[in-house]
Ligand binder design. Structure first.
Ligand SMILES: [Zn+2]
Length: 188
């Protein structure tokens, strides 16, 4: 019936007209559309793959960055440990104290002046002790507590025998044994 009409009308089928119009235009054909669609799907797939790879790269970059930061921190810590502390400026050596001038005689030597011999008795060496016992020694209380003073003879307590003694004064004498004033008698 349609063919009849078409023939009658001498005009093509409207759907044919549409097809012809489509072919005249630049619009893609169904085959082309299918191809485009496949390409698009492939592209989408590729994009998805690329996205995944980029994400993987990004995460490994993040890991590398963290690794680098950790390595830097470790290196810094190691450097801080390895670097020896600045050596302290050596302290100025203390000036050695001036040895005190010892005026007292060596206690380990004979107490007679200028004698370094080993003391044997009453703080005298053997020689000075013998000399002291026979006639006394200047500056020391002699045997029996006798002390010579010029042409005078004085006597102090026996306990002072052999101790250093000084006699000062003229009319009134002062006798000091070991620096301490002591009582005395004038015996001659
Ligand atoms: Zn001596």
């Amino acid at each position: 019936m349609r063919d009849v009409i078409r023939r009658l009308l001498g005009r093509p089928d409207p759907s044919e007209l549409v097809r012809q119009e489509l072919e005249k235009s630049d619009l893609p054909s169904a085959a082309e559309m299918a191809k485009l669609k496949r390409e698009l799907e492939r592209s989408n797939l590729e994009i998805r793959e690329l996205t995944e790879r980029v994400e993987a790269l990004a995460s490994s970059l993040e890991a590398l960055r963290a690794e680098r930061d950790a390595a830097l921190a470790a290196a810094e810590a190691a450097a801080a440990v390895a670097k020896p502390a600045e050596p302290a400026e050596p302290a100025e050596p203390a000036e050695p104290a001036e040895p005190a001038v010892v005026s007292t005689p060596n206690p380990k030597a004979c107490k007679a002046p200028e004698c370094d011999k080993e003391p044997k008795s009453k703080g005298f060496c053997r020689g000075h002790y013998n000399a002291w016992r026979k006639k006394g020694l200047d500056g020391f209380v002699g045997p029996e507590g006798l002390v010579a003073h010029g042409d005078q003879a004085l006597r102090v307590a026996m306990k002072h025998q052999g101790q250093p003694v000084t006699v000062t004064g003229k009319k009134r004498l002062t006798v000091k044994v070991d620096g301490t004033k002591v009582d005395f008698d004038v015996v001659a």
